[in-house]
Write a protein that binds this ligand. Structure first.
Ligand SMILES: Cc1cc2nc3c(=O)[nH]c(=O)nc-3n(C[C@H](O)[C@H](O)[C@H](O)COP(=O)(O)OP(=O)(O)OC[C@H]3O[C@@H](n4cnc5c(N)ncnc54)[C@H](O)[C@@H]3O)c2cc1C
Length: 398
């Protein structure tokens, strides 16, 4: 069996590892357009359970990922000049660069051909194989060539965001909301190694244009953001991508869905198949879980079309609650003014509830009070757990 994976992100690399580890005789290759070591983004978070899942699939890469990850504990929210904390949550983070390095090294050691600096187009001779995997990200060219068949839909979020790094190492998952003359601007930050953190800055289009960020030189924009976020950054700099003369790093989030996930021997994987808003910190995990499901389906007896069908059915079902959570989470930030004037501890509590399908339909303060009361009573907590998804389904049908 010859498997050609387009894109050297977590989805393709992890699939290549799992396939080659199970089927030593298969010819598996990965083709990445960027040079080795060049990638977008800073650190990515994941939840503790992910390490167990990774270890069950490939212990060698799981151990390397754990070794190079850092753990963050609890949450901190800076809202205006007040700070509120939340204990309990904990997760991991790793530099995207480091993660890809670990996966590429493991893939190569198993005998996968990993090629860098190789842009694949639908006409590329390299796309000859029994199975072609479009792991080429949310703007997948291989998918877009058959966009009608796949039923690809892309919707753009309203808010503008930029994915930056900083040398301030945040040990807790940190949010900071600052009020400007043109509305609110906020960041999410977490450490991902011993010296750096991710810092994603987001605001509404009105704030973005009002502050002049739409037309500002990149260095000036960075300076302005450093000034606005001086308190949580404690004087540390923000760091932009290295290609400072490239296109503007400000983006609108692209939510991608596809009606079907395969076309003949071409199959979609990871962000090429589906994206979930970054505020739920799950896209990398989901891309690697796609790889697990596809590798499993391909290893079971049966034809290629039946394997691709099984993969798609399993992943669609598993993704549904996360896609819903991601949609509500993105909407929460797009409707920040509904929550920002609450007391900081109330606002932070509802930030933690942003995935709830009920929250947009209930006055925030009432939701907060009922939620607190419910959490104090076991019976009501069970009722909430039972009722939530049902009401959500009813609301979706409207
Ligand atoms: C701001 C932000 C923050 C995020 N934070 C998190 C987080 O904390 N936790 C988390 O789990 N996820 C996070 N994500 C999501 C995560 O980055 C993606 O979901 C994940 O990288 C998807 O993996 P992938 O392999 O499918 O695609 P990608 O990682 O996008 O990889 C696709 C690869 O294909 C290459 N490529 C594209 N076209 C071609 C071509 N024609 N030929 C060859 N190569 C090509 C690209 O260069 C790229 O390397 C975040 C995303 C954003 C935008």
């Amino acid at each position: 069996m010859k498997v050609v994976c387009a894109g050297g992100g977590p989805a393709s690399l992890y699939l290549a590892i799992l396939l080659k580890a199970r089927h030593r005789g298969w010819d598996v290759s990965v083709h990445e357009r960027n040079p080795a070591g060049a990638t977008y983004g800073w650190g990515v978070t994941y939840w503790p359970e992910m390490l167990e899942t990774l270890a069950a699939h490939d212990d060698v890469s799981a151990r390397a990922i754990e070794k190079h990850s850092v753990r963050w504990n609890g949450g901190v929210a800076h809202i205006r000049d007040r700070t509120t904390t939340h204990h309990g949550d904990e997760g991991f983070a790793i530099g995207r660069h480091r993660l890809l390095e670990i996966l590429a090294e493991r893939a190569t050691s198993l005998g996968v051909d990993v090629h860098y600096g190789h842009v694949l187009t639908p006409e590329s001779p390299a796309l000859e194989g029994d199975l072609i995997v479009a792991g080429d990200g949310s703007r997948s060219r291989l998918r877009d060539q058959h966009a009608e068949h796949f039923g690809t839909q892309v919707s753009l979020g309203n808010n503008r965001f930029v994915w930056l790094g900083t040398t301030r190492v945040f040990r807790s998952f940190t949010f900071a909301f600052v009020e400007t003359d043109h509305g609110w601007l906020w960041c999410y930050a977490y450490g991902f190694d011993g010296t750096h953190s991710t810092c994603i800055v987001e605001c509404s289009p009105r704030t973005w244009a009002g502050l002049g960020l739409d037309a500002m030189e990149r260095a000036d924009a960075l300076k302005l953001l450093e000034d606005l976020l001086a308190e949580p950054l404690r004087g540390h700099p923000l760091i932009d991508r290295t290609d400072a003369d490239g296109p503007s790093p400000w983006q609108r989030f692209r939510t991608v869905t596809n009606r079907v996930w395969s076309h003949g021997n071409l199959v979609l994987l990871g962000d090429a198949a589906h994206t979930t808003h970054y505020s739920i910190g799950a896209g990398t995990t989901l891309a690697m879980q796609d790889a697990m499901a596809l590798a499993r389906a391909l290893s079971e007896p049966g034809t290629l079309p039946s394997a691709l069908g099984r993969y798609e059915r399993v992943r669609r079902r598993e993704l549904l609650p996360l896609q819903s959570a991601a949609r509500h989470s993105a909407n929460w930030y797009e409707n920040l003014t509904r929550y920002i004037h609450l007391e900081p501890h109330e606002m932070f509590a509802l930030l933690g509830q942003r995935h709830s399908p009920l929250l947009p339909h209930i006055p925030p303060q009432l939701y907060y009070r009922v939620d607190r009361a419910v959490d104090r009573t076991q019976a009501l907590r069970s009722l909430k757990g039972w009722l939530g998804p049902r009401v959500a389904r009813l609301l979706q049908k409207k």
